[in-house]
Design a binder for this molecule. Structure first.
Ligand code: FUB
Length: 459
């Protein structure tokens, strides 16, 4: 005989709600969630992928802030899960006196240099150069690269002159795609080999429901032009394909619908990294969770991208945690604290030597490092370069979860000098691959602590 199980409706709803929250607490639908970032551009360089973003922390929390972004932030990863915060790498007018805004970058490497293109709002495109992907980027021209006088840009109806996309073809010819706000407002122009001057006239092809956010990538000899469709077409990411980088494009469909938790402008970057393809984009989930007006406070997110055998793109199903880690973190080398998968309550700031650290961690704040491989022997000691640890405040290292096994703890003797100091402590046995949490616990009134880096010593 079957027993009748009575399920109460309210606990059920609560359970589903908690499940959703838990899912979102470990998400690819917000990477570098301690910052508000948008409009990702991608660069794969020397075994890492770099994302460059409009810095929405330049916008205020006000619902009428407007897009005031005047700096570009860079983050990078070697494993697609733990992202390193490199901070602001380009800023107006500090690095570019003629511009007031630095929107929606595009970044490309050539001849040992890195080139960063950006929109001065919607009124022209500039270029900056650096010798390293993390900058500092400087303005080589002292003026716009593309403006309304650039041959072929005009005539255009209400064109937004922004959202550059630099693309280097296999034959060595580079192109810049740009424009917005109209099906005939996309432009493409050849870049010279110096990457800071253009060659000839801009041309155009018709892009159905074109709004903004041009992207170009090439795969198996086929060119993919992708873009954000207009509000009437729900600001999806759509794409067209051709055998030629500037002509012959045919509309192919949707790469990604309007992302959940976004409900506004959409912007993306597509890249291949260590044998897989990815789609970086922005949504507004972090601001929504914080309860602040989300329009001008976007955050980065990522999904894997798949292709059919005929080269068409499989439409993305958005997930909260859909990207798989590549490899593992080595705990026996110096690991920068600003390389993390998730966090609560942290900020990052520049150090005097040009590096970065995690700053102002208060009671219950934490960072998570995903997939740390302790191997078969495990560690014997844990060390970290920390400042601000006061008696009564502990920096705990936990494995598996926030309340998982405590494998080390750093405490203040009260005798440490001010500033960053090396702390070291015994580590409990732990083996194989684990997620690691660095958690501050102790006194609510204590001032925040900074962590520069951490490492274990092998047993
Ligand atoms: O971030 C400002 C603008 O919003 C970008 O230029 C557009 O692509 C849209 O994402």
């Amino acid at each position: 005989m079957k027993k009748r199980i009575k399920i109460s409706f309210i606990p059920c709803i609560l359970f589903v709600f908690l499940l959703i929250l838990t899912k979102h607490a470990q998400a690819d639908d917000h990477i570098a969630g301690h910052r508000h970032l948008a409009d990702p551009a991608t660069l794969v360089y020397n075994g890492r992928v770099y994302l460059y973003a409009s810095n929405d922390d330049d916008n205020s929390d006000d619902k009428d802030s407007g897009y005031r972004m005047k700096s570009i932030v860079c983050i990078s990863s070697s494993d697609m899960k733990n992202w390193t915060d490199h901070g602001v790498v380009f800023e107006a007018p500090r690095d570019v006196t003629w511009a007031a805004r630095t929107w929606a970058p595009s970044v490309i490497a050539r001849n040992g240099k890195i080139y960063l293109y950006f929109g001065n709002g919607g009124s022209g495109i500039g270029v900056a150069t650096a010798s390293s992907p993390i900058g500092p980027f400087k303005d080589p021209l002292g003026k716009k690269l593309i403006d309304n006088e650039t041959p072929g840009v005009q005539p255009a109806k209400n064109m937004w002159l922004f959202d550059p996309m630099a693309f280097l073809d296999d034959d060595g010819q580079a192109y810049l795609y740009f424009g917005g706000n109209g099906e005939d407002n996309m432009r493409v122009i050849k870049l010279n080999e110096d990457m800071i001057s253009v060659n000839g006239r801009a041309s155009s092809f018709h892009v159905p429901a074109f709004f903004e956010a041009s992207w170009m990538h090439k795969r198996n000899g086929k060119y993919y032009f992708s873009y954000s469709s207009n509000p009437k077409a729900e600001m999806r990411i759509d794409y067209m394909m051709s055998k030629n980088p500037t002509t012959g494009f045919v509309y192919k469909g949707i790469i990604g619908a309007q992302p959940p938790h976004n409900n506004n402008n959409n912007h993306h970057g597509i890249f291949e990294f260590k044998g897989k393809w990815y789609h970086a984009y922005h949504n507004r989930v972090v601001a929504i969770k914080k309860g602040i007006p989300p329009v001008y406070k976007r955050n980065l997110a990522i999904e894997e991208l798949n292709y059919q055998p005929d080269g068409s793109i499989v439409q993305i199903t958005y997930t909260a945690n859909g990207v798989t880690q590549i490899g593992a973190v080595n705990p026996y080398q110096r690991n920068e604290a600003e390389t993390l998968q998730d966090q609560d309550g942290i900020m990052t700031k520049n150090t005097a030597d040009g590096g970065m650290l995690v700053s102002d961690m208060k009671n219950n704040n934490w960072i998570k490092i995903q997939g740390v491989d302790f191997g078969k022997r495990g560690p014997k000691r844990f060390s970290a370069q920390v400042s601000g640890l006061s008696p009564g405040t502990i920096l705990e290292v936990r494995a598996g979860s926030l309340d998982g096994k405590q494998i080390a703890k750093l405490v203040s003797t009260g005798k440490q000098a001010a500033g960053l100091q090396l702390y070291t402590a015994k580590a409990e046995p732990i083996k194989e691959k684990q997620d690691l949490y660095l958690v501050v616990s102790g006194d609510d009134t204590a001032k925040g602590i900074d962590i520069d880096w951490w490492r274990f010593q092998q047993r």
